[in-house]
Ligand binder design. Structure first.
Ligand SMILES: NC(=O)c1ccc[n+]([C@@H]2O[C@H](COP(=O)([O-])OP(=O)(O)OC[C@H]3O[C@@H](n4cnc5c(N)ncnc54)[C@H](O)[C@@H]3O)[C@@H](O)[C@H]2O)c1
Length: 446
């Protein structure tokens, strides 16, 4: 419908946010920063206690400071009725994890809708930020109408922030997408964003729901495409870093998401790609391209294990150090991290696994309960037959690799993110494997 860049200060509103996870807390804190009064509701008592005591339940740069700075306008509660009572709008930011069939599990979204039925008649809008299949908004709208809430507006407002830069992404977005059934609701929600630095894209609800799924699927496809090119580079002698750099200089393609690696992970790309595939299949359309993307991505960490296995002549009894466990740097999020597949596969092959990560808090369950955690990289690689750089934490570029090589039983590294300088690693005595480039051996072994 429209495309405006917001510049005005927002009229202060009262907002209830359901869900104190990555998205709910960033949304709540950023709306408070814009001047609104926000109450965040969650169902986990320990999470609410932590937030009330001034702590953040996970690591997200800048979020803790933002919450403290806005504490006069930001409160936390377990009580749904209390949250809705004073609010003018409810933002739904609950998790929508995959079910066994790959479809999104909407039970938490419906639990919120249920909680609103007797309490929401005074609201201007119910706004869903959670990532949901196309058609969810229509079903929620029908449920609100049935409950006598046809005077309450509905909007889909998908979130595009990335963990690790979520606060900056929220306040300086590439775009804010608002889908609504009526112009008045769309513009009311748009008003909440006055003051942010970015364009607002208003459209119908189904299209807004699809923008989120299409964006994540396209990003996953771009990553997977460059990983496929990397595999062909390995087979043909080309160097993926040189190829990707020049490909990315084409303004029609852009340089982002062209780093070959061990595959995408995290709470969004795997889940949303599978949800879009399931949604297409449910509508009778087999989304072949997305099928291939998902399959190639699942193979990517397994290929790394195969390469390591053939380089070492087997993995049984070998010690392998995993450097970086989170799905990407700058977060403590381990959801669908490729490191989990790599650790599981190594253990299944009979290897011993040690690991290092500056921030990860892996679950006390398999595979992590069978691995040994270390506080620093030289300790983690001590006695190892190979190291695998899984997550490109910047501190890994500053490791004393000469010292690390001396502590290893066999100085072999698989740089799964092409982070390190190959010449420096060769100089330190490493056999250097990476993604999409030929394996290099140190001068003494040539
Ligand atoms: N994490 C991301 O980077 C990201 C980015 C864009 C979109 N999303 C989407 O945003 C949604 C939330 O993701 P997240 O990563 O913040 O999830 P999360 O798991 O970190 O947080 C969800 C929170 O909702 C709470 N919750 C569940 N039911 C509730 C209820 N009835 N009332 C109040 N709180 C309830 C949970 O206890 C939890 O604290 C998902 O749909 C996700 O796909 C996530």
């Amino acid at each position: 419908m429209t495309d405006n860049t917001t510049t005005l200060s927002p009229a202060p509103r009262r907002i209830a946010v359901f869900g104190a996870g990555y998205i709910g807390l960033v949304t709540g804190a950023c709306f408070a920063e814009l001047g609104h009064r926000v109450v965040v509701r969650d169902i986990q008592p320990e999470r609410i206690d932590l937030l009330r005591s001034g702590d953040v339940p996970f690591f997200e740069p800048g979020l803790g400071d933002l919450i403290i700075r806005n504490k006069e306008r930001l409160s936390f509660t377990l009580d749904a009725d209390e949250a809705v009572r004073e609010a003018e709008a409810v933002f739904v930011c609950v998790d929508t994890p995959p079910t066994a069939s790959g479809d999104a599990d909407l039970s938490r979204v419906w639990a919120v809708v249920e909680a609103l039925k007797n309490t929401a008649s005074h609201l201007a809008a119910v706004v869903v930020k959670s990532t949901v299949p196309v058609g969810t908004g229509s079903r929620v709208r029908a449920a609100l109408d049935e409950a006598g809430l046809s005077g309450v507006g509905y909007a889909s407002n998908p979130e595009f922030t990335a963990e690790g830069s979520a606060v900056a992404d929220f306040l300086h977005p590439d775009r804010v997408v608002i889908g609504a059934f009526d112009e008045a609701t769309a513009h009311w929600v748009e008003g909440l964003y006055a003051g942010i630095d970015g364009p607002v894209d208003i459209m119908d609800v189904a299209s807004a729901e699809m923008v989120k799924l299409a964006s994540n699927a396209l990003l996953a496809t771009k990553i997977t495409f460059i990983n496929e090119i990397a595999t062909v580079c390995e087979a043909t002698g080309a160097d993926i870093t040189q190829v990707a750099r020049a490909v990315g200089r084409d303004h029609r393609l852009g340089p982002h998401f062209l780093n070959a690696g061990l595959g995408y992970g995290g709470s969004c790309f795997p889940k949303d790609s599978r949800a879009l595939r399931a949604m297409a299949s449910n509508s009778g359309y087999p989304f072949q391209l997305l099928n291939a993307v998902i399959e190639v991505n699942e193979l990517q960490p397994r290929r790394a294990i195969q390469r390591l296995k053939s380089e070492l002549g087997g993995l049984r009894g070998r010690r392998v150090a995993l450097l970086g466990l989170t799905f990407k740097p700058g977060t403590d999020d381990m959801r669908e991290a490729p490191s989990t597949v790599i650790a599981s596969r190594l253990l299944a092959e009979g290897a011993e696994v040690t690991c290092w990560d500056p921030m990860a808090r892996p679950a006390e369950a398999e595979p992590w309960s069978s691995t040994t955690r270390h506080q620093d990289v030289p300790e983690a690689v001590s006695g190892a037959d190979a190291a695998v750089l899984v997550t490109e934490w910047p501190e890994l570029a500053d490791v004393d690799w000469h010292a690390a090589a001396r502590r290893m039983r066999n100085p072999l590294i698989l740089d799964g993110r092409n982070l390190l300088d190959p010449e420096a690693l060769l100089d330190a005595g490493f056999t250097y494997m990476s993604v999409g480039r030929a394996t290099r051996v140190p001068p003494s072994d040539r």
